[in-house]
Write a protein that binds this ligand. Structure first.
Ligand code: SF4
Length: 346
């Protein structure tokens, strides 16, 4: 179950006298969309439309759709606001906190962490509210707990995002290991790569605990193989994601220059939705760099038959970043500041 904060939404719609509202949810929460739309409509008298397009993060706000249907308000469900890219008052965020508990998994995690004293805590946004009780549990077991302050794209203390692990990085020098509360392995993988620390993932949905080390080794081997294949390519497509918080033409242009200095030729390709079949239709291109979301090249790797790398991996392929620093943030590899987005305008 998720907290959709309906009383607050009703208040926000009424406060703005919104006649038309657009509701946007990620795939996992779309089953809740029709019911939520009906309840908001009945409670406020506003017309509530639901976006049917895929949605992956708060970088993917349906602002264009909002404009097209002349909605007064966009309600974006399932992600926290990205402070560095705030769209202002036209969007209301619902983080959709999960009511899953992690008492049992935390007890198991403590067994795995018996040799580590200083523990860094992090969570994805659906489970942020569990950090306080998790900290108390760890402290009762004699651990010293570190939770990083937010910066960049992150709103909350201890929050992690697939494209921003700065909270974990800010405390990494103090900790022996991280404990990440999140569904799936992706965030633990990111924390482990970014910090180089042992990382344990507590999954509230599966009620499981695991050490991310095995996964990290497997992904690293896959990424290294893909980077080697990309290194051999001569004609490359640099795909620039056009979602609201992704468009970074400045970074794409910088990559084009760097790649062409090594003898490759590059085409800049823009894409609102990165669909593998469309990308594969560029049969003359031998490989791709996606300047969109770092999850695409890793999560969706099996969808692409040609090497698909992210900007950091492209830099490693051409010797501008070392493989040993893979996952460590540098401005060159992943510059997503508002200034970069502004500069993306032609
Ligand atoms: S770029 Fe990717 S990881 Fe970052 S907010 Fe968007 S969907 Fe999430």
């Amino acid at each position: 179950m998720y907290d959709l904060e309906e009383p607050r939404l009703i208040h926000e719609i009424k406060r703005r006298s919104a006649h038309r509202v657009l509701l946007q949810l990620p795939e996992g929460l779309k089953p809740l969309a029709a019911g939520l739309a009906e309840r908001l409509q009945n409670a406020t008298g506003s017309e509530v439309l639901v976006s049917g397009d895929p949605c992956y993060g708060a970088c993917d706000l349906a602002l264009q759709q909002k404009k097209q249907v002349k909605a007064d308000l966009l309600i974006h469900v399932g992600h926290a606001e990205i402070p560095s890219e705030s769209p202002g008052d036209q969007v209301v965020y619902v983080e959709a906190r999960s009511d899953e508990k992690v008492v049992g998994p935390l007890a198991e995690a403590l067994k795995l962490l018996k040799n580590e004293k200083n523990i860094g805590l992090a969570a994805s946004v659906q489970h942020m509210h569990l950090l306080k009780s998790a900290k108390e549990t760890l402290e009762r077991a004699g651990k010293t707990v570190w939770i990083g302050r937010p910066s960049g794209r992150l709103l909350h203390e201890g929050q992690v995002l697939g494209c921003d692990y700065s909270t974990a990085l800010s405390v990494a020098s103090n900790v022996d290991a991280f404990l990440v509360i999140a569904g799936g392995d992706f965030h633990a993988l990111g924390v482990s790569l970014a910090t180089g620390k042992r990382t344990i993932v507590v999954d509230p949905y599966q009620q499981t605990v695991r050490d991310a080390a095995g996964l990290v080794d497997k992904i690293l081997r896959q990424r290294y193989a893909t980077i080697l294949k990309f290194k051999e390519t001569r004609k490359v497509g640099i795909i620039i994601g056009l979602k609201s918080g992704q468009a970074n033409l400045t970074l794409a242009r910088r990559l084009k220059t760097l790649l062409e200095e090594t003898g490759k030729t590059c085409a800049l390709v823009i894409s609102t939705e990165l669909v593998p079949q469309s990308i594969e239709s560029f049969t003359d291109l031998e490989g791709f760099v996606e300047v969109a979301c770092p999850r695409i090249s890793i999560d969706d790797r099996s969808c692409y038959h040609k090497p698909m790398v992210n900007p950091e991996e492209a830099l490693i392929a051409i010797g501008k970043k070392s493989w040993e620093d893979y996952g460590k943030h540098t401005e060159e590899a992943w510059d997503r500041t508002p200034a970069a987005a502004d500069a993306a305008a032609p």
